[in-house]
Design a protein around this ligand. Structure first.
Ligand code: PXL
Length: 277
């Protein structure tokens, strides 16, 4: 594994095991320097708790960026997740353009929707702005719902390979160099990840566990980014991240009180073992 400096831009949900509170420990566990730019601070995530207390940090973005530029700070990779506002996406575009080192990578997880629906905080204007970030991405990491919103495709629960490939093609047409599409299974009881990039198309399929949890998209993206930027191939990183998420879910299913996220911390030894063996 090589040591790289990664900037991740996403919210801090203080309670709920998603976004920054999973990205920072997971990317660090992958052996990478992890710098953060919090897009907003929320008392909890927005799925299943009452309405949280929210501090949008959009007005602070220009000041943070100006200070970094004064200090000649730059990054080997920038990875974005859940952002605070549509206006913030303009600032993030500028950060992509000015703060990435030569040959640096841009990874966009358009964390904004699942199961056919946008998350409560977002609307079509946010989707349109996210399309602009996707157009600059070396890798975009959507689930099928997000891929459909980004490409203006009607969401289809009973998809087949032709439908999935047409959506992937549209994501490439938006400008995304590589697509890592999560939650894709073509056989009963299976799920997986479809990778479309420089080396063609690959599909890693594995058993779909009986329960799905909030925050697993963020955990997947973080483990993928840490593994890939650290030196694994895109296919290896996609597989390690998928297996790690399964391990996190297995470590959580027995505890009904833990409904808000997965116990990802208990599977960090598994992740590290996969990276170094
Ligand atoms: O996991 C995506 C996510 C991140 N951050 C916040 C969220 C969500 C999903 O709902 O609410 C605040």
């Amino acid at each position: 594994m090589q040591y790289q400096r990664i900037l991740t831009i996403q919210d801090i949900s203080c309670v709920g095991q998603c976004s920054m509170t999973v990205a920072l420990p997971i990317i660090s566990a992958c052996g990478q320097e992890t710098c953060i730019l919090p897009s907003a601070v929320l008392s909890t995530h927005t799925m299943g708790y009452s309405f949280p207390n929210i501090r949008d940090l959009t007005p602070d973005f220009p000041g943070f960026q100006a200070h970094w530029q004064k200090e000649n700070i730059s990054f080997d990779a920038i990875y974005t997740g859940y952002l605070g506002s549509t206006e913030q996406i303009d600032y993030v575009e500028n950060i992509f353009d000015t703060m990435t080192r030569p040959a640096g990578k841009i990874i966009v997880d358009p964390a904004m929707a699942d199961n056919g629906k946008l998350y409560p905080a977002f609307d079509q204007a946010y989707v349109d702005a996210m399309v602009r970030l996707v157009s600059k991405a070396d890798v975009v990491l959507p689930n099928l719902t997000e891929a459909c919103f980004l490409t203006g495709t009607e969401y289809c629960e009973n998809y087949d390979k032709a439908f999935v490939m047409s959506v992937v093609e549209k994501l490439h047409n938006l400008g995304a160099k590589c697509v890592v599409l999560t939650g894709i299974g073509f056989d009963e009881g299976m799920t997986g990840v479809l990778i479309s990039g420089e080396n063609g198309v690959d599909h890693y399929q594995h058993i779909r566990l009986s329960k799905s949890y909030h925050g697993t998209g963020d955990i997947y993206a973080s483990a993928f980014v840490g593994s890939w930027i650290g030196g694994k191939t895109m296919g290896e990183a996609a597989q390690i991240a998928a297996d790690y998420v399964c391990q996190c879910i297995r470590n959580t299913v027995g505890d009904d009180s833990h409904w808000y996220g997965v116990k990802f911390e208990t599977a960090i030894p598994y992740l590290v073992n996969r990276l170094y063996n």
